[in-house]
Design a protein around this ligand. Structure first.
Ligand code: ADP
Length: 267
């Protein structure tokens, strides 16, 4: 703890007061340390794809371009790395806008049952070649939730992308939706690699990955769940993981029906 004192007195008059400002140095140090770690993470995350790009382009220049097998393959790698860098920068921009409160959420009343059905249908379509079986338990009636539709869609997109990414070919993914008195729960479970217990509370941290090399190879930015957490919290909801190493993962998302009513009730 750091204390700064200022003496308050009338012009040339007697001292009439003392202002003491207390700073929590440990808190400041923590923020500063997190900031440094963040900058170092961002630099590292960008340097890795840039180094890969450079070596593949050098190989192309040194003759791989003329090789009808290697040429297209190496070009594909440069494409993938560039795409990942674009995703990374987009994710960073989203988080930075959230951090500086530049993002305002556009709340509308949306039928969550319909949204979940749509997301699953899309994932079934785009993951045909991985032979994943999707099971769903979604109410057959509309479940209205006040939300920013694009953001919540993105949350389910991020969580389901992970479920697919970390699942083996032919794995099963289930999505269950349960309605309660004042909130709705959505559980997304997979039978993939799972997350060790000691890492479970960290996967929502920016850039945290259980297996960095594997996650990068799968095209991840390490920011998907951090963004999901920000968006869910901005809706007054919760997101948590429950997983067993090598057995599978469940991500539980809870959303209140109405953030607006909740705020009114609380005031
Ligand atoms: P990434 O882009 O690396 O997937 P995320 O923020 O989406 O970043 O996830 C952070 C980390 O959490 C992942 O790198 C992975 O280690 C772990 N993870 C997330 N979802 C799952 C899942 N369904 N199964 C296993 N591990 C997961």
């Amino acid at each position: 703890l750091q204390a700064n004192f200022s003496i308050v007195r009338n012009e040339d008059g007697p001292v009439t007061g003392l202002i003491t400002v207390l700073h929590d140095v440990t808190e400041q140090e923590k923020i500063e340390r997190e900031r440094r770690e963040f900058v170092s993470n961002v630099s590292h995350e960008l340097r890795t794809p840039l180094t890969t790009l450079k070596s593949y382009m050098e190989a192309l220049e040194d003759g791989a371009m003329q090789d009808e097998n290697l040429g297209p393959r190496f070009l594909q790698v440069t494409q993938n790395e560039t795409d990942r860098m674009i995703r990374l920068v987009n994710d960073l921009l989203q988080l930075s806008r959230m951090d500086s409160d530049e993002i305002s959420l556009d709340f509308f009343t949306v039928d969550l049952s319909e949204m979940i059905n749509q997301v699953i249908e899309r994932f079934e379509m785009i993951n045909k070649d991985k032979n994943i079986a999707f099971y769903k338990e979604v109410p057959s009636y509309p479940v209205y939730v006040d939300m920013d539709k694009d953001r919540i869609y993105q949350v389910f997109d991020n969580v389901l992308s992970n479920a697919v990414k970390y699942s083996p070919d032919g794995g099963e993914i289930s999505v269950q939706m349960f309605t309660r008195a004042d909130a709705v729960d959505v559980e997304i479970s997979d039978q993939g690699v799972g997350i060790p217990k000691e890492s479970q509370h960290r996967i929502f941290d920016r850039f945290y990955r259980v297996d960095k090399a594997r996650a990068r190879n799968l095209g991840g930015t390490g920011l998907g769940l951090a963004i999901a957490k920000e968006f869910i919290h901005a809706h007054g909801g919760k997101i948590a993981a429950d997983s067993e190493w090598k057995k599978g993962t469940t991500i539980l998302i809870t959303l209140p029906y109405s953030v607006i009513n909740k705020a009114e009730a609380g005031s």
